[in-house]
Design a protein around this ligand. Sequence first.
Ligand code: FES
Length: 143
Amino acid sequence: MPAPQSPARRTVLRGAAALAGAAGAGVTLAACSTETNSGGNTPATPTEPVDLGAAADVPVGGAKLYREKKLIVSCPAEGQYKAFSAQCTHAGCVLDKIVEGEGNCPCHGSRFDVTTGKVLRGPASEPLPAVPVRAENGNLVAG
Ligand code: FES
């Protein structure tokens, strides 16, 4: 006949079960899901020209994120502009900020070079798609 469990042993077992549950929840939260996709179902690149406002808003040698339009524009030299989709190629979240020349994805931490679209840190493995951009009368038009 098995000996009854001591209260201390039951407490340890309960604690282990709670930890296992927490670890399971952590895995669930870290898993990729379309539910974390804040990019919606719209295309990653514009299907028609998008007016981005004053070209002067993009600093020379820097970049600007147009989050609501899902675009990043960089300006490597005066008068030269490069645009990329700001929709992460991993699971489709929209990048949330530019940190030291790197576009940051808030969902799983991917980083992209905003002057080339190249992946600097995964889990994304594909670069941001380039989008044509031009300056017209001091305004940027992408797509
Ligand atoms: S959606 Fe996963 S890192 Fe961007």
